[in-house]
Design a protein around this ligand. Structure first.
Ligand SMILES: C[S@@+](CC[C@H](N)C(=O)[O-])C[C@H]1O[C@@H](n2cnc3c(N)ncnc32)[C@H](O)[C@@H]1O
Length: 220
């Protein structure tokens, strides 16, 4: 079992501004670790994590896949998260290039169909659209969870661009909760010619967490 990355360099003050790894983070790490052999065989050259927060997930993937053969890129709207991501990379000897930006906005064109491993543990908690918009605008910790209607407003924006980002054999890992309507997410992505399955689910308090994995449907 691969240990959780060392986050001892991050302080209580950091976690006032940046999402502290929690059950959703850990189920994602477990899902990725269960797929370790598949991912190692895939031999990704570009890994992109959207919403990296503390950097825990990308540092974990760096340990899982090695840091010399793959470029680790992350985005987060929260500038403090970008800083923490870089320092977590350094702390765990995984070079991570972190960009403060919304979703894949500055990278979408350049990375077109080149992302081999794409990861998103999004803000998935249902809130009003106003709360989600305000959280996105303030770029603070509230953006870690405020997901708007059905908790899907931010994720939904991202999913539409997914087929443009993923490489031919690329894998996309997404965290969600039951209220996000997991089967509707699958149906929506099927319409974009991406096939998916739930690779892990777990109850955590009142939340029912899911890790989904998607890849392109390659047959005509
Ligand atoms: C649930 S937290 C997950 C953090 C980390 N990946 C983890 O698993 O512990 C969601 C993260 O997404 C970021 N986020 C929210 N909206 C975003 C957006 N539009 N673009 C990029 N990142 C965003 C938040 O700032 C937060 O760091």
């Amino acid at each position: 079992m691969l240990p959780t990355p060392d986050l001892s360099h991050l302080t209580k003050e950091d976690f006032i501004r940046v999402y502290e790894p929690a059950e959703d983070t850990f189920i994602l790490l477990d899902g990725l670790e269960n797929d370790a052999v598949e991912l190692q065989n895939l031999d990704p050259k570009i890994c992109l994590e959207i919403g990296s927060g503390s950097g825990c997930v990308s540092a974990f993937v760096g340990k899982l896949l090695g840091s010399s053969r793959c470029l680790y890129l992350t985005t987060d709207i929260n500038p403090y998260a970008s800083k923490c991501t870089v320092s977590t990379g350094k702390q765990n000897a995984v070079p991570i290039e972190s960009i403060t930006a919304s979703l894949d906005s500055p990278l979408a064109l350049r990375l077109r169909r080149n992302v081999d491993l794409l990861i998103f543990n999004p803000p998935y908690v249902p809130t009003s659209s106003e709360e989600a918009d305000a959280a996105q605008e303030s770029r603070g910790i509230g953006g870690s969870w405020a997901g708007g209607t059905d908790g899907m407003e931010i994720t939904g924006l991202f999913l539409n661009n997914l087929p443009n980002l993923l490489s031919t054999n690329g894998r996309f890992y997404l965290v969600g909760v039951a209220v996000n309507n997991i089967s509707a997410i699958h149906q929506n992505l099927r319409g974009l010619r991406l096939d998916g399955k739930v690779i892990l689910h777990r109850r955590a308090g009142r939340e029912h967490l899911y890790v989904m994995k998607f890849m392109r449907i390659l047959t005509p």
